[in-house]
Design a binder for this molecule. Structure first.
Ligand code: URA
Ligand code: SF4
Length: 202
């Protein structure tokens, strides 16, 4: 398929985006997922955080960042002095990608084609929110917003410019911190990046 473009409303606001997202057939991921998971938070947020895809919990509950990665993100936001209810939180890809292992559904990283296919939804959210700063969390969000050659590990915490002229900062995905062998250090580095994001807003 040719991507999400033809399902993304050109008029209306976030309410319309949320109402139409579930109809998207821009890639094959809608077939096995329970639902598309829309971004959440005030449309006038100054900060937008972009993750990867909904996980198992998000797919079942229909909300972004409610599973283990979400708990880690909540903790890091709090440590950085950011109120989750003040930021717009979304994902680069709106449907859960997984592999079945018996009854378990194991997260799979979305493909380059799926990231490209879903980009029009993220682009529309950016148009509507017009955030002063985008926090790019992990390689999938970075690929969607900065292209395939950007390396999060090399450029985390640095200010970068988006194609639409907006300002962004990249960091790791919170699930990388959840899985870290050096949890305390990696949580600290993630919080440092979030603090750097706050400093860019001031
Ligand atoms: N990981 C993400 O990137 N987004 C979610 O909503 C949950 C986990
Ligand atoms: Fe559409 Fe994105 Fe879902 Fe693919 S993942 S069907 S492009 S909303």
């Amino acid at each position: 398929t040719a991507g999400a473009e033809k399902w993304v409303p050109r008029d209306g606001g976030m309410r319309k985006v949320r109402a139409t997202l579930g109809d998207c057939r821009g890639c094959e991921l809608w077939e096995d997922a329970e639902r598309a998971v829309a971004g959440e938070g005030p449309v006038r947020s100054r900060m937008m955080l972009v993750g990867e895809t909904p996980g198992d919990h998000e797919d079942k509950e229909g909300h972004v960042f409610v599973g283990p990665a979400g708990r880690l993100l909540d903790r890091a936001l709090e440590e950085a002095g950011i109120d989750r209810s003040d930021v717009y939180l979304t994902n680069a890809v709106k449907h859960f990608r997984f592999e079945r292992d018996g009854k378990r559904r194991i997260h799979k990283t979305p493909s380059a084609g799926q990231i490209t296919a879903c980009h029009p939804w993220l682009a529309r959210e950016l148009e509507l929110v017009k955030p002063a700063l985008v926090v790019i969390m992990g390689a999938v969000a970075a690929r969607s917003l900065l292209g395939p050659s950007f390396k999060v590990t090399q450029h985390r915490g640095e200010k970068v410019e988006l194609a639409d002229g907006g300002t962004a900062i990249a960091t790791v995905h919170p699930s990388a911190v959840v899985r870290s062998q050096d949890f305390t250090r990696d949580l600290g580095l993630f919080v440092d990046d979030l603090r750097a994001a706050v400093a860019l807003l001031d």
